[in-house]
Design a protein around this ligand. Sequence first.
Ligand code: NAD
Ligand code: DAU
Length: 342
Amino acid sequence: MSRHILLTGGSGFIGSNLVRFILRHRPDYRVTNLDCLTYSGNPENLADVEKDGRYRFVHGNILDRPLLDTLAKECDSVLHLAAESHVDRSILDSRPFVETNVMGTQNILDAWRHAKGKAGRFVHVSTDEVYGSLPLERPELKFTEETPIQANSPYAASKASSDLLARAYHHTFGMDILITRCSNNFGPYQFPEKVIPLFVTNLVEGKKVPLYGDGRNVRDWLHVDDHGEAILTVLEKGTGGEVYNIGGNNERSNLELTHSILKAMGKGSEMIQPVADRLGHDRRYAIDATKIERELGWKPTRSAWPGALDATVKWYVDNPKWWQRVKSGAYREYYKQQYGNR
Ligand code: NAD
Ligand code: DAU
């Protein structure tokens, strides 16, 4: 079956990897990437597919209703990823998180409902952070789809609000909406404010790595292409109205992660700089992905540790041009050079 997907946030980390994954693995699909290019949106992430006739970039905001009304008529499915995504930024200023993640999601849901009614599949990409935090002392506990929503950071609260809006639009209007809640992703093209690219690029630059608090916080790491394949699986095989957890069954403390990065780069533990903890820092995330594995037949195949982490570290070490342009801000000029001032 051919599809024309409206993918929001396709110039960010997961979105750009997903666009590339779709074009590579689904020859019958077309993708329209709607992205307003915030600081984390970087069209250079997709420079290699710009000339593919099945790909189209639309520079626009999910808050722009007339634009969404037009795109909703042109496309048959939505993968909704556009969001403010960084917890630390949400602690400094939560307003853009509410505007994009809550109001933007409400806007695209309304546009989609107006254009499609109950038809037209809509996958809302949520996060495991909506579930809150698990205790280190209870390693047997994991987040299931039935775990109550208990968002702790302003970022997580804004994602939880959008997640609940998506659920409510299915329940109230019968729309064909599915929700995914995924754990921490790693891979190429991640903005170097997130822990893995920040630490690797700091080390290349001879700087220390700022480890928050006691370093014992745990995350469940999944390769971004395993996430991409799971999102496509949900789009193609999922049941409307359902929530699907996605995770790598790959829990690591930040200390363990940091030592793995140091080892991959031939650096010692003197490069660790303990710093003050993140406010409200969630202790542990761990996903139970049994439902998507059992019902839809997905499982991670690209996240095996430490090989997959080492390959990601190598990608950043081998691609200094990409992240140096991000860290210096030069990437902001790329769009103007390619597309002018549209
Ligand atoms: P990112 O910050 O790298 O990318 C976000 C993209 O959205 C950027 O290209 C940005 O320009 C765009 N965007 C932001 N506001 C917009 C708006 N108002 N209109 C149009 N475009 C806008 O984020 P990411 O890490 O790629 O995350 C993508 C999605 O996946 C988010 O919804 C996030 O909550 C979710 N998620 C992320 C992870 C993770 O580990 N990174 C895990 C689970 C879920
Ligand atoms: O779990 C899914 C979530 O994963 C997504 O919803 C978010 O969009 C994504 O940003 C990510 O959130 P985290 O807060 O877990 O990711 P981050 O890379 O910011 O931090 C990972 C861990 O590393 C966390 O425990 C905080 C710690 N950390 C982070 C930074 C940036 C440090 O110790 N030092 C740092 O400098």
